[in-house]
Design a protein around this ligand. Sequence first.
Ligand SMILES: NC(=O)c1ccc[n+]([C@@H]2O[C@H](COP(=O)([O-])OP(=O)(O)OC[C@H]3O[C@@H](n4cnc5c(N)ncnc54)[C@H](O)[C@@H]3O)[C@@H](O)[C@H]2O)c1
Length: 359
Amino acid sequence: MNIGIIGCGTISSAYFEGARKTEVLEIKACTDLRMEAAHAQAEKYNCQACTVDELLADDEIELVVNLTIPRAHVDVGLQVLESGKHVYSEKPLGVDIETAKQLIDTASEKGLRVGSAPDTFLGAGIQTSRQALDAGKIGRPIAGTAFMCGHGPEGWHPNPAFFYDIGGGPMLDMGPYYVTALVNILGPVKRVAAITTKGFEERIATSQALNGLRIPVEITTHLTGTLEFQNGAIITMIMSFDIWRHSLPCIEIYGETGSLQVPDPNGFGGPVRVAQERGEWEDQALAFPDNARMIGAIDMASAIGSGRTHRANGSLAYHVLEVMLAFDKSSETGEHVKIESTTERPNPMPLGLEEWEVD
Ligand SMILES: NC(=O)c1ccc[n+]([C@@H]2O[C@H](COP(=O)([O-])OP(=O)(O)OC[C@H]3O[C@@H](n4cnc5c(N)ncnc54)[C@H](O)[C@@H]3O)[C@@H](O)[C@H]2O)c1
């Protein structure tokens, strides 16, 4: 399948590299508002650089990977759908629930598909974790924790302002990895209760390009809350850009007969550990290849070919967005927020795949 890339910034190289590993899709063209960025990637990865309009008018391109900043995801996605192409977007799906719904509805009216990062849950770490749970290694899941704590990306990202704008913050930036991993393992979320705050009114960029730039903080940067899943499990969550140092694990799930340690959901690998009753942690053999970014779009292209449902799909990303937005909503209203949407756990990756294979 010929695909196009819109957005040739920091993360785009990971996608261009991923596309080199598969015969399922090929990047035909790329574009960016900054044409110099598109030209640089086109030259490096041997594809065509063109304008957004030219890319969308190219009938040979069936799917567009949208790697723009969060605020642009829905607008660009709608343009892609209007041009009759499927869209796979970086995370989050959108920055508010209304426009994200418009994207999903438009795709279904047009018989087109929406896909969305993260695709890290298709890697060895989260797939093996889910397999351990599904195999009954910790029994019925009762509770768990999910922690992503750091001090934000303004020290390394070349253009960090979007992380502190609407659509950024630890929840919409990093939450997609955590909530998607949890939904993949435990199923959909029923309700959220949370309290959120902002540790600093502004941030100062220290990356080489923009050293000293003052960035106003438009979003909450420390979010703490509890998610109740439809299966009854409750997960305590902290997502923070206000913490310099900590000793908290990424994700742990506590079951009736044991505990499961899930690796960093922002990566594709392990380790995955299980402890049964009073036993020690034991490393689990990783039953799947690691893979890397682009595997979600490869899975989507392959699924379009065969007619099956793709795993990193719009329904999952929409549910995850609603859950993430519920944190600030609960904090503002002082009430539990009932999650209106639901979704299916995506099909697990089949056993026995080679790297970069999806079926
Ligand atoms: N940087 C990372 O490590 C990383 C990792 C995973 C996911 N992501 C996600 O990838 C997306 C992009 O992040 P990034 O770090 O590459 O940002 P970036 O600012 O480096 O790049 C974004 C690019 O999109 C272009 N762009 C913005 N609006 C556009 C539009 N309407 N049309 C065409 N081009 C447009 C910008 O000119 C820029 O080149 C974000 O959603 C982010 O959450 C980033």
